[in-house]
Design a protein around this ligand. Structure first.
Ligand code: G6P
Length: 608
């Protein structure tokens, strides 16, 4: 989604902004622009398309400025054209605004401003902000922005500059993330730490309804109601190389290959062998409270929702607690039933997904204890939950989530063990499960070694236009996730189904042009899945099976097989998903797709 970078210091802001915008490319965008003050004028350059196009636009202009704001736009109101790209200016051209989010009352504000004589040149909701600020401006840009924002309904993360106040950037947030980066004789503002990490790891996260005035050596934060806020500086532990490709052609491949490490990080310090259970202090709940849980709701979007479904299978089977998994976008507008024993987990890699955040707030309003499973430390969801577990996967840049997914499953597995051991699970069983989890990073590493083999299979099927993914039990959500990976990055239509459900519809589609990926490890439903494979083969379908190492029987039935090592059923999804991630990756690359920035998708969906 949209990205913001702002710089004030003694260096040339233009290359800093361009580099920052490139770091935000992964979020997904369709146009980009910058505005800055040079020779006492606001200069802006913006264009549809990639940041390379913006660079082309400015490359021979020799700009030098020490203050500027930049933006990558993901279109909501108005097409992704040059004119609709941010920054947007007021009528006089002295105020420039970049904005993430959606101004919901923009059409009434626009009418009001047009009546007052303001001239609009774009179709965006953001442009009204520039005019509204102009309308309120009496010489102090901070107060003008503050006054304008009190009239605005909707979500925003904004950065504003003004020709008359060439020594400051104003930034404000309501619902769209924004951080201030503290440098040495320079300061930054960004929608995502990745944009500024090269320059500083000292950041302040703005909260909703907060506004900041950022100068060269200082920044102050207050609420829209003018209450002073003491900014809390946090140190980001991510290093620069974590947000770089490290020799891989794509972030997605790097992140797939990182999984043995990220899974080790997810379990580090959390396996309690002496007690045969998991240690999750971040939950902030006493054992007595955990024991009283009689129902769990998990709310999430996208890949995180698939992880939640796996959590449902695990928690119900082992801890015997009823679990309901909700699409966050549905949960927030339903009237969910929350009883005293209900606990709500929200899962979000970014910690900023607007629907997940809204579902968290709704659950809190209804009195639920809300826990988060997040990756980004200090993100809004992480801050607003009562407690939670970080997945510690490190920055995930590829739009298609891979390493965050397996780390989310790992954390859900730890939660399962903890809750089970407090109920019906024996020490021996608990110990068996934590030992199984401990082996996963090495097992995943062995599956990753099949990269070349899987690439060959990808070459066979890359020309197909439809795929079906089937799995049973806990591998059904894995099938959903495998299909999602393929469709996200290769634009091939792919559907995931519970294998037996195939007979109720998808079987009609099966022919030699519809490859079927069947997750068929030797687990408790192995025999059933073999029957499903027979049904596909009887209809001339091509089957790619994910099977247990050494299973020659399955191999003799299908067209292609990818083996995973034999392991405890409890951790199977952590292995079965790996070949599906790799398969999707290679198919997308073979089709010439932009794997890290698939069309229309955004890494962090901060608008409804
Ligand atoms: C977007 C991303 C997905 C992600 C989903 C939820 O759609 O492209 O990869 O799974 O948002 O994001 P979250 O950060 O809340 O896990």
């Amino acid at each position: 989604m949209c990205g913001i970078i702002g710089y004030i210091g003694d260096k040339n802001a233009v290359p800093i902004m361009i580099e920052g915008l490139k770091r935000l490319e992964y979020r997904g965008y369709d146009s980009a622009g910058v505005a800055f003050i040079q020779d006492s004028n606001v200069i802006f350059q913006k264009t549809a398309g990639k940041i390379a196009a913006l660079e082309n636009l400015i490359k021979e202009k020799d700009y030098f400025t020490t203050l500027g704001i930049g933006h990558t736009r993901w279109a909501t109101h108005g097409e992704p054209t040059d004119i609709n790209a941010h920054p947007h200016l007021d009528c006089t051209g002295k105020i420039a605004v970049v904005h993430n989010g959606i101004i919901e009352n923009y059409s009434s504000l626009k009418k009001f401003l047009m009546k007052k004589g303001h001239k609009f040149v774009t179709e965006t909701d953001t442009e009204i902000l520039a005019h509204l600020i102009e309308d309120q401006y009496e010489g102090d840009i901070l107060e003008a922005v503050r006054a304008a924002l009190t009239q605005v309904e909707g979500t925003y993360g904004i950065a504003v500059i003004c020709k008359d106040n060439p020594d400051r950037i104003i930034a404000a947030r309501n619902g769209s993330p924004l951080v201030i980066g503290r440098g040495n004789g320079e300061n930054f503002v960004a929608s995502d730490v990745a944009a500024i990490l090269r320059h500083t790891n000292q950041v302040v996260y703005l909260a909703d309804q907060e506004i900041a005035e950022i100068t060269l050596n200082n920044f102050t934060v207050s609420t829209l109601d003018k209450l002073h806020v003491s900014p809390k500086i946090q140190e980001i532990s991510w290093s620069l190389d974590m947000i770089e490709k490290g020799g891989y052609p794509h972030f997605m491949l790097k992140e797939i290959m990182e999984q043995p490490t990220t899974l080790r990080n997810a379990i580090r310090g959390r396996l309690d062998f002496a007690a045969g259970t998991a240690r999750l202090n971040g939950l902030n709940l006493q054992y007595k409270q955990l024991n009283k849980i009689d129902r769990i709701i998990i709310s999430a979007c996208g890949t995180s929702w698939h992880a939640a479904l796996i959590g449902e299978y695990l928690i119900e089977e082992y801890a015997r607690i009823p679990v309901e998994v909700e699409y966050a976008s549905e949960f927030r507008y339903r009237s969910p039933i929350i009883n005293p024993g209900t606990i709500v987990f929200v899962i979000s890699q970014s910690g900023e997904t607007i629907d997940t955040l809204a579902s968290l707030r709704e659950a809190k309003r209804r009195g639920a204890c809300c826990l988060g499973i997040c990756n980004v430390v200090g993100s809004t969801i992480a801050r607003e939950t009562d407690g939670g577990v970080y997945i510690h996967a490190g920055p995930e840049i590829g739009v298609a989530s891979t390493k965050a997914f397996t780390s989310q499953i790992t954390v859900l597995s730890l939660i399962t063990i903890l809750l089970s051991r407090m109920r019906n699970m024996s020490f021996e069983k608990g110990e068996e499960l934590i030992r199984a989890l401990q082996t996963v990073p090495d097992l995943v590493a062995s599956v990753l070694q099949k990269n070349d083999e899987i690439k060959k299979i990808a070459e066979k099927y890359a020309g197909m236009n439809n795929f079906l993914y089937l799995g049973r039990g806990v591998n059904f959500p894995v099938a959903l996730e495998g299909a999602l990976k393929l469709k996200e990055i290769s634009y091939i239509h792919a559907e995931g189904y519970p294998a037996a459900e195939m007979k109720h519809g998808p079987i009609a589609l099966i022919d030699e042009n519809m490859p079927v990926v069947v997750i068929a490890p030797q687990d408790s439903v192995y025999d059933k899945i073999l029957s499903n494979i027979q049904e596909i083969k009887a209809r001339k379908g091509n089957v790619i099976a994910i099977a247990t190492e050494g299973d020659t029987h399955v191999a003799s039935m299908v067209d292609d097989v990818i083996y995973i090592p034999k392991t405890n059923d409890f951790v199977l999804p952590l292995l079965t998903i790996i070949p599906l991630q790799i398969l999707a990756y290679h198919i997308a690359v073979l089709r010439g797709c932009d794997v890290d920035q698939p069309r229309n998708l955004a890494k962090s969906v901060t608008v409804e």
